[in-house]
Write a protein that binds this ligand. Structure first.
Ligand code: GEK
Length: 244
């Protein structure tokens, strides 16, 4: 099936409301995320590669903020360990409903997938060999992030891996401005107009709260991860591997 094109912000809106993961967004989500997040396909493909390497027998994998299950499927298609299963979690009813259809149509049934409609703050992580937060932590209130990361570290088995992908911010203001400008240039090259870019930016302001890579590294270390660093970055989008 070809993706439905994202035109949600193509026409001038009298008032730009706060961005939410509703049915309208779900309908265009695969196109939206590909045209907005530099490196998204590369990160998904590496999540598959990492699942092959890190997922152990009879353990759990978690896709927190799973949206339509893209990272769930990347793991499912590459897990080689016997008896592993995947839990996908998202608090958007529309996302989970569509994700259920997508997972049902996928034939790799040897790795069971369970989808839960709930907040990632409310899910118990246990016996985990791999946890994915692929562009989700940025939507969690900053004062709830330490606790969430500690809970994930607690629930991971020794040697288990967390993949944390985020939009990031920079303390150096000229560099922050440059990365923002280049990201907008990336979006223009992918067919978004200046109006779409400006309206989306207004909608997402205060909903997506990026932090610096140093802040992420520090939190992950404090949460109990023994090895933490960036494995991918393109402009202001990065992905970190943290090993328990
Ligand atoms: C992918 N990982 O395609 N609890 C559960 N889900 C949440 C919460 C929360 N508190 N807050 C936001 N979400 C996916 C992409 S998108 C990233 C992740 C983006 C969910 C929200 O409903 C949405 O589905 C997802 O987190 C973020 O690899 O759109 O930039």
């Amino acid at each position: 099936m070809t993706d439905i094109r994202d035109t949600l912000y193509a026409n001038p809106l009298a008032q730009v409301g706060s961005f939410s993961f509703d049915q309208q967004v779900v309908d265009v989500f695969p196109d939206m995320i590909k045209r907005s997040v530099p490196g998204y396909p590369t990160i998904l493909s590496m999540i598959g590669t990492l699942a092959e390497r890190y997922v152990t027998s009879d353990s759990h994998c978690y896709d927190l903020g799973c949206s339509l299950g893209a990272a769930t499927l990347a793991m499912r298609h590459n897990i080689r360990a016997a008896g592993a299963s995947i839990i996908g979690v998202d608090n958007s009813a529309a996302m989970i409903a569509r994700a259920r259809q997508i997972i049902a149509a996928d034939s790799h049934e040897e790795v069971p997938v369970r989808l839960e409609e709930c907040g990632i703050e409310d899910i118990a992580i246990d016996n985990a060999s791999m946890v994915v937060l692929n562009f989700t932590l940025q939507f969690i209130a900053p004062n709830a992030r330490d606790r969430l990361l500690s809970d994930i570290a607690q629930g991971l088995n020794t040697g288990g891996v967390l993949i944390l992908s985020e939009k990031v911010a920079f303390d150096d203001l000229p560099h922050q401005q440059l990365m923002t400008d280049l990201h907008h240039q990336f979006k223009r090259a992918n067919g978004y107009s200046d109006l779409e870019i400006a309206q989306k930016r207004a909608a997402i302001d205060n909903v997506l709260i990026p932090e610096s890579l140093d802040a992420h590294r520090l939190r992950l270390r404090q949460a109990g991860f023994s090895s933490v660093d960036v494995w991918f970055q393109c402009l202001n989008f990065a992905s970190i591997i943290a090993i328990k």
